[in-house]
Design a protein around this ligand. Structure first.
Ligand code: SF4
Ligand code: SF4
Length: 115
């Protein structure tokens, strides 16, 4: 599973610098595939290809958020999700809608950082 941030978030910002994939952003801030990765172009599920540096719409305007496509649960970097480890209100939780195996998470990490 990827990790998601719930609306319990108090916007303290502690999680953001801990993410090895730069998958965490402040509410209202645009994100990109290229931030913190080696990605140049990304093919989306609908087949469209986007420039990885292109700014994307925030997932949330109110709370810190995690870009699901960039979250690897810290696999390959750390033993446990670092955002969940530092969050003072325990609002970084498993996303029940996004289930990925260890192999898939390692492949995702390699895709983002080894290209
Ligand atoms: S679990 Fe790890 S990779 Fe995913 S958002 Fe949290 S710090 Fe980033
Ligand atoms: S550490 Fe927790 S409370 Fe703080 S910004 Fe991140 S998700 Fe929100």
């Amino acid at each position: 599973m990827a990790i998601m941030i719930t609306d319990e978030c108090i916007n303290c910002g502690a999680c953001e610098p801990e993410c090895p994939n730069t998958a965490i952003y402040e509410g209202g801030v645009e994100w990109s595939w290229a931030d913190g990765t080696n990605l140049k172009e990304v093919e989306l599920d609908d087949g469209n290809v986007v420039d990885a540096t292109e700014p994307q719409e925030p997932y949330s305007d109110e709370f810190y958020y995690i870009v699901t496509g960039k979250c690897t649960e810290c696999t390959g970097f750390h033993e446990e999700p670092q955002c969940a480890a530092v969050c003072p209100v325990d609002c970084c939780v498993d996303d029940p809608d996004v289930r990925e195996s260890e192999e898939e998470l390692l492949a995702k990490k390699a895709w983002m950082h080894d290209e």
